[in-house]
Design a binder for this molecule. Structure first.
Ligand SMILES: *[C@@H]1O[C@H](CO)[C@@H](O)[C@H](O)[C@H]1NC(C)=O
Ligand SMILES: *[C@@H]1O[C@H](CO)[C@@H](O)[C@H](O)[C@H]1NC(C)=O
Length: 470
């Protein structure tokens, strides 16, 4: 008796909830995919890995059937999926007014409440301005660029006696050495640096996992690594107090500001390293992959660099400046094309904070919009043969192409702060690589959407040293 009452009650609750969802979806004017299996919805077909430069069966099927905006049930929740460039721009540009970040609650445990990714309102604005100021063009020029060139060059020299390297290991190290030097003046390759790199990787792998804090779980490991990273930063702070000469790094910049607590500095430094680490490393690996499929692009990059150096030598100076890099048109196109097909921040997860009307749609308050950036980058009406790496597509007779469907760094109030840094790092790395080596794939290992951008076999490449001349 009690049992059947209980069952009835549960059924009633489920039915009421389903009805509510149903009404919400009906009212929104947005088509809805069917339910899939109860509870797991369409999750299984959604998480199936596929090459990162394709839409994958799930999206291809859904876009064909429902259009570029639709409801679908993933992980037991109804979410609005959008591949529509206009809606996605609208979402991004109205962050903090009509939308907020929809991160899982476990995230703040891993990256801290003061991290830019999480903080809101005025605190967010102030911290953001501070980091932006740190990454200003003049600092990129005066210290970042030389460090990048030097670290990249030393790193690639270390490959000299090898005929094969594991690309993702190498790009990850390079990106980490660079950012750890700029954040905390850490020495590339030292045991302390390597240990910090592993800890940050554990944290990265913990993001998006369900909060299960048991011994042996990946999430527990991520939490422990977070504690370790915070401890390293605290120790550095202590050492700074005893030191008389100043280091030129992000930690010092925060100390000099004088308004941050130890805890805030810990979160901000971790966030700084985080932003410049996994994402850049993976983008560089994507560059190695895509350039490896396109030898003509490598030749044209070599030629462009040699031309610029030659003309500089005539005026007695051979080191490249920030504006030299930015002025190299073909290099810019390679950067754009790499970011298009190798988008690492593949989608945004935003929650509506009001009832929103847009282009005939009604987006109810509290519901989540998945703005899919990487899928937008594969729109055939905007990018012909979208699956092909073709840097020349960005060249037009009147300069460089602009595209409303291209948002590798998100936009609006949360436009990626490190965008300029990332682009510069990409350019420096690509240039050093094509000037020093030719490479081919040791096996077929295309980047996969898992949904992270990943190379299942870590992209082994066979390399051959070269020294190109004009
Ligand atoms: C976004 O699109 C990509 C295809 O580029 C797909 O791999 C990914 O699963 C989609 N992500 C979401 C959250 O829909
Ligand atoms: C790269 O894309 C951005 C954004 O669309 C655009 O402003 C820029 O001109 C592009 N660069 C090149 C070289 O095409």
């Amino acid at each position: 008796m009690v049992f059947s009452l209980l069952i009835t009650a549960i059924l009633a609750i489920v039915a009421a909830k389903t009805l509510k969802e149903y009404l919400k979806i009906r009212h929104s004017n947005i088509p809805s995919a069917n339910m899939g299996w109860p509870l797991i919805g369409e999750t299984l077909s959604f998480v199936k890995a596929h090459p990162a430069f394709t839409l994958g069966d799930y999206l291809q099927h859904h876009i064909a059937k429902y259009g570029t905006v639709f409801w679908a049930n993933i992980f037991g929740k109804w979410l609005i999926h959008s591949v529509d460039p206009e809606l996605n721009r609208f979402v991004v540009n109205n962050e903090m007014k009509m939308f907020k970040q929809g991160w899982p609650r476990s995230l703040s445990r891993l990256i801290g409440n003061n991290a830019l990714t999480i903080s809101l309102g005025d605190a967010h604005k102030r911290r953001r301005a501070e980091v932006l100021n740190y990454l200003s063009g003049s600092r990129l020029e005066s210290t970042f660029l030389r460090d990048m060139e030097q670290i990249a060059s030393a790193h690639m020299e270390s490959w000299r006696n090898r005929d094969m390297v594991i690309a993702t290991d190498e790009t990850r190290k390079y990106a980490f050495y660079m950012i750890a030097k700029k954040a905390l003046s850490m020495t590339p390759g030292s045991p302390e640096t390597e240990k910090l790199m592993e800890a940050l990787n554990d944290i990265y792998m913990g993001i998006g996992l369900i909060y299960v804090n048991f011994p042996g779980t990946r999430f527990r490991k991520a939490l422990q690594s977070r504690a370790y990273v915070q401890e390293v930063i605290r120790q550095k702070l202590e050492q700074r107090r005893l030191k008389d000469q100043e280091d030129d790094d992000f930690l010092n910049y925060l100390i000099k500001d004088g308004t941050y607590s130890t805890e805030e500095m810990g979160d901000l430094v971790q966030n700084f390293i985080f932003g410049g680490n996994e994402v850049i490393g993976r983008t560089l690996a994507a560059a190695i992959y895509y350039l490896g499929t396109c030898p003509q692009a490598c030749d044209q990059l070599r030629e462009e660099r040699l031309q610029v150096i030659k003309s500089k030598q005539q005026s007695g100076d051979s080191s490249l400046t920030l504006s030299d890099y930015r002025g190299m048109e073909f290099t810019q196109c390679v950067v754009n094309e790499t970011l298009r097909l190798g988008t690492v921040s593949r989608f945004l997860h935003k929650v509506a904070t009001a009832n929103i009307q847009y282009k005939g749609y009604v987006i109810p308050r509290g519901c989540t919009v998945i703005a899919n950036i990487s899928a937008m980058h594969l729109d055939p009406t905007e990018f012909k043969d979208p699956e092909t790496f073709n840097p020349w597509r960005w060249l037009t007779p009147n300069g460089v192409k602009k595209s409303r469907s291209f948002m590798p760094f998100s936009g609006g109030a949360r436009h990626c702060i490190g965008a300029e840094l990332a682009k510069l790092e990409l350019m420096v790395f690509i240039h050093q690589l094509v000037m020093k080596y030719e490479w081919e794939f040791a096996q077929n290992d295309p980047p996969m959407a898992t949904p992270r951008l990943e190379f299942p076999n870590c992209l082994p490449i066979k390399i051959r040293a070269i020294s190109p001349k004009l």
